[in-house]
Structure formats: structure tokens, C-alpha cells
Design a protein around this ligand. Sequence first.
Ligand SMILES: Nc1nc2c(ncn2[C@@H]2O[C@H](COP(=O)(O)OP(=O)(O)OP(=O)(O)O)[C@@H](O)[C@H]2O)c(=O)[nH]1
Ligand SMILES: C[C@H](OP(=O)(O)O)C(=O)O
Length: 207
Amino acid sequence: MDALVPFAPDRPKTRLSDTLTPDERRAFADAMLTDVLAALRAADFRPRLLTTEATDRDAPETVDERPLTDAVNAALDAHDLGPESPLAVVMADLALATPRSLARLRGRGDVVLAAGLGGGTNALLTRDPGFRVDYHGASYLDHLRAARGAGATVREVDSRLLATDIDERGDLAEVLVHGDGAARDWLVDVGFAVDASGGRVSVGRQA
Ligand SMILES: Nc1nc2c(ncn2[C@@H]2O[C@H](COP(=O)(O)OP(=O)(O)OP(=O)(O)O)[C@@H](O)[C@H]2O)c(=O)[nH]1
Ligand SMILES: C[C@H](OP(=O)(O)O)C(=O)O
């Protein structure tokens, strides 16, 4: 089963600008991508990168410089969607995604949606030839509406691991606490650690 992984390596993770330098943000985004590709493969998906610039990854890739929604919809146009040929779309910043959580995308339903915290759509799978995406904003609600409007049956996947996209400084604590892959290793290597000294969990960095 094919899984499209959108990836924008040129200026990634701008919401982490207060915490990581541009080079570090690129390296961290790359480490998260490593984890997502590994988890997809372990869940028997065939990952395919949809990237804004060429990468040297060992995965097939389409380079498309258009904004996210246009690029994903072009990939949906090009895929012969149907019950026997679904396409998943899984974001590259799901550092906690496990094979088991990703496998839930295969559930029944013409359109299967895994929400992100904050209203986004971190992962989906469609078998419906008429469904198209509209990312950013409350895209989860937009996707629910679009799928129902197209007469598709919808299944929602309620998964903490898929809901946790890593966008902001506070999200790094989730990676340090729950992650066990390249993204967590990268954070530890550059000096990040969980700081629970104030009774609440945050992240600190050693100089
Ligand atoms: N192909 C493609 N992927 C994108 C684009 N914008 C974002 N992505 C990817 O889509 C996923 C979700 O991205 P966001 O969290 O919205 O954006 P981001 O660039 O990672 O982070 P911010 O700059 O903080 O918004 C990540 O896997 C990004 O790499 C785009 O224009 N084209
Ligand atoms: C791609 C976008 O991600 P967010 O900007 O919500 O992290 C969305 O899920 O619509």
C-alpha cells in the first residue's frame, strides 16, 4: 500500500525557530523523516516522498515545489484511487508514529482520518477517487466535510501517537519522553533533556 510523505526540507519547522538554528531544524526534520519512513515500512506501507526539493533518501520521490495542498492533490489526481488502490498521506513530523498506530489507517472506510492536536490532519488514507485535501487551518474539519460531501464513508482514527505532530518547543518533550528513534537520539545528542524540576515537564538544553 502506497503512503505519500510530504516533506519540505528547505525551511522546515519554523515554529521551532526560538529553539533551533536553521541548520538544526533541517537536521531535526530529517531525523523525524527517518523515523516516519522506518515506521511506515515496518507497517508494510510503501513510502513515497513528496518533497519540495530532491533528497538523497532511499525512497521513491516526487519533487513538487507547489504548496502542500496543491502538491498532494496533484498526487491524488495521478493515483488510480479505488478500494483496491488506496493512498495514505502521512506527515513527516510524526516522530512518535509506530507501525501499529500507522496500521490503523488501513481500517475500513472510504476516507480514514487521523487528526492532529490543534485541528490539523496528521495522517489519512483515501480510497475515494473524489476526495481532495485542503491543509492548514482546521483541516481536520475541512476533510471531514469534504469526505462526507463526496458521499464517502469516513473512519476517524483516535491515536495519541499519530495526533502528536512535532511543531513547537513543548512538543520536544513528547519526543524525549515517548520517542525511541532518530529524532529522540538527535535531540539527546545536541543536549536536550526533559526538565521536570518545576513540577511540570519542559525541555532544557545543556550549553
Ligand atoms: N511537499 C510539501 N510538504 C510540505 C509543505 N509544507 C509543509 N510540508 C510538510 O508537511 C508536513 C506538515 O508541515 P507543517 O507542520 O505544516 O509545516 P513545517 O514546515 O513542518 O513547520 P512550520 O514551518 O513550523 O509550519 C511536514 O511533513 C512538512 O515537511 C509543502 O509546501 N510541500
Ligand atoms: C499540514 C497542516 O499541519 P499543521 O500546520 O496543522 O501542523 C494540517 O494538518 O493541516
